[in-house]
Write a protein that binds this ligand. Structure first.
Ligand SMILES: [Fe+2]
Length: 345
């Protein structure tokens, strides 16, 4: 933040320009000459419940600073005004108009000399406003998570098998991603995307989704629509993570043989490449109403065999390592972990 004083005008003797501040109105600014406000911007005045013109010719200490902070602020102001320091920082509690509010300010005081004499420039931001903003952002994040869980519950009502599958895939994908070094924020997005990655299946007739036996080519084409349908369901929700792409791309494969777009390699976002492996492993190891479980060992063999062709090799390697070392601590695969660990050793 920087203030530049360029030219005189009739009232204040100053024009204030800002550099490095995207929205100057987020910063309260005031100018003091001879102990009185000669200029205040709208933001500073509004933080105290005033209109800007109401503060002109009022006194910083007497009218704006809480008495408990008079000594500290007066000392800083004196040091800057006497030139002992060109700029100093101070925090103080403000006194709003008629006691309407008590914002807590962090203020930067600068000494400015021009043809009209020495002035004190103050730039403040309201710490309590930052705290309110942080709380608001936290609320937004919470509602994003709740939105995903609400969508997951829709899946649960429609198809309990898909719901359980998504939960297990999410846990496995996050374990792999954590080992691969993804940061907590990306892990959160991956976990949530994985929780609803098959949400498009709510539009697939259950007699196709859950019937025993091989699917006809036509039925398989219908099933394949679920990633695009899932994308359509979430695409207008403004998540801070690529939830739509995670859903859309979870059946893409490294060599371009996947669907819906036939993306290759790094055209597929990393979260979707992780999800592809977790999805395959979980789907093969779990029982379905229309077929028995193929088994975790077979799943491990498949991803190993197809590493690099269908699946990201780094993801496969990490997944195999997690199971081999028994590091999942997983409620979902406990009976089969020992078998994989002993077979790998
Ligand atoms: Fe899927």
């Amino acid at each position: 933040m920087q203030a530049v004083f360029s030219q005189a005008d009739g009232k204040t003797g100053l024009t204030i320009q800002f550099t490095g501040v995207d929205d100057p109105s987020l910063v309260g600014v005031f100018m003091i000459q001879d102990d009185f406000f000669r200029y205040v911007n709208t933001e500073f005045a509004s933080l105290l419940g005033y209109r800007a013109e109401e503060l002109i010719d009022r006194c910083l200490l007497r009218d704006v600073v809480d008495p408990s902070d008079w000594f500290g602020v007066a000392r800083v102001v004196q040091q800057v005004q006497t030139g002992a320091s060109r700029a100093l920082q101070a925090s103080f509690t403000g006194r709003g108009k008629n006691g309407c509010c008590t914002p807590v300010f962090e203020a930067f005081f600068h000494c400015v000399d021009d043809q009209s004499g020495r002035s004190l420039l103050g730039m403040v931001h309201d710490v309590t406003a930052n705290q309110k903003l942080a709380r608001y952002l936290e609320q937004i994040r919470h509602s994003e998570t709740k939105t995903i869980h609400a969508l997951a519950r829709i899946c649960e009502k429609r198809d309990p098998y898909t719901y359980g599958h998504q939960e297990r895939v999410s846990d496995l994908a996050v374990a792999i991603a954590r080992d691969l070094g993804l940061d907590e924020r990306r892990l959160e997005g991956l976990a949530l995307g994985a929780r609803i990655h098959d949400i498009g299946k709510i539009y697939i007739p259950s007699e196709i989704l859950n019937r025993p036996g091989r699917l006809t080519p036509a039925e398989y084409q219908i099933i394949k629509t679920h990633s695009e349908v899932g994308f359509e369901i979430v695409k207008d929700i403004d998540f801070p993570w690529p939830i739509g792409d995670i859903i859309l791309q979870h059946h893409e494969r490294m060599d371009g043989s996947g669907y819906p777009k036939g993306l290759k390699g790094e055209e597929i976002i990393f979260e979707a490449r992780i999800l592809a492996v977790a999805d395959t492993v979980e789907a093969m190891s779990a029982h379905r109403p229309y077929r028995p479980a193929v088994g975790l060992m077979s799943a491990m063999n498949l991803i190993k065999l197809e590493s690099g062709r269908l699946y990201d090799p780094d993801v496969v390697e990490t997944c195999l390592k997690l199971f081999a070392e028994g590091r999942l601590g997983d409620k979902h695969f406990p009976a089969q972990l020992g078998a994989v660990a002993s077979a790998s050793s």
